[in-house]
Design a protein around this ligand. Structure first.
Ligand code: F6R
Length: 260
């Protein structure tokens, strides 16, 4: 696990660099796309590189991490709508090349199985962008999630619904209680995980993720078992890391020839 502590603009550029290197190497790369506040600056930077430098996503495919259950099609906070608005519509990435779990399906369990199959049919995810919840969730794998789980229905914790109420006019009750989410096993199958976290509210979750014991109580800790994880955090999110000085030194002395 590589931990980079830097300013948020630098972190967004680093994540965009990793994506640019991938899609330049493989024009049909498969990206895993998170939603929420954290990845917005990365997506803005990709849009800038597309507009100003001609970076193309025409052959790329994308898979969302998760989706709320029961929001009507086109709801502004449905993750399919969010990713379309924030990323897909601003790139040369065809809408049909990006899939998400279908939170409006009549048979939700079948939608989850079908989603796993679609990821497998695409050859798996090359690079997965991740955020982290204040309770240590990745995607919507809340505390207590199986560390080997696959895409399935989950119930959001009260804490996550409160955290996400800001997207629903500060009404906790308007945040759906259920979601479809890639499982921790699904995420662990991606070839490179790039997790970003900004702000002090994420500090405990980041400390547990990087330095805590692996436990379903902090689901992100399973990432310690992945061979290629990049954790990009600002000073606030890094504020509880015990080995922060070591991570800073490691990053500063990293040779140019060793990419993220
Ligand atoms: C969103 C997702 C969630 C968020 C997490 C952090 O697709 O999977 O795990 O990454 O809740 O959300 P923000 O970035 O809004 O703090």
């Amino acid at each position: 696990m590589e931990v980079v502590i830097d300013r948020s603009e630098t972190l967004a550029a680093l994540a965009a660099d990793a994506i640019e290197a991938l899609v330049t190497r493989r024009s049909d790369a498969v990206l895993g796309l998170a939603t929420g506040s954290t990845p917005s600056s990365v997506y803005d930077e990709l849009v800038r590189r597309h507009a100003e430098e001609g970076l193309s996503f025409a052959g790329v495919r994308g898979f969302l991490l998760d989706e709320y259950v029961g929001l009507p099609e086109g709801h502004p906070e449905a993750y399919r709508t969010v990713i379309e608005r924030e990323l897909v519509s601003r790139l040369d990435l065809p809408t049909e090349s990006v899939l998400g779990p279908d939170g409006r399906a009549e048979d939700l369990a079948a939608a989850c199985t079908g989603y796993e199959q679609a990821i497998a049919d695409a050859g798996g995810i090359d690079l997965q962008i991740l955020g982290i919840g204040t309770d240590g969730h990745v995607a919507f794998n809340e505390p207590g999630s199986s560390l080997a789980s696959r895409t399935r229905i989950k119930t959001l914790t009260e804490q996550t619904r409160r955290d996400n109420a800001r997207f629903f006019d500060d009404e906790v009750d308007a945040v759906p209680q259920h979601v479809l989410t890639q499982g921790l096993g699904t995420i662990m199958a991606a070839r490179h995980l790039v997790l970003l976290a900004m702000g002090r509210s994420k500090a405990e979750a980041v400390h547990q993720l990087v330095e805590g014991p692996i436990s379903a109580m902090w689901p992100a800790t399973i990432l310690q078992m992945h061979p290629h994880v990049t954790v990009l955090v600002d000073d606030g999110a890094a504020s509880r890391l015990q080995l922060a000085a070591y991570y800073r030194e490691t990053w500063q002395s990293k040779p140019d020839w060793q990419p993220l």
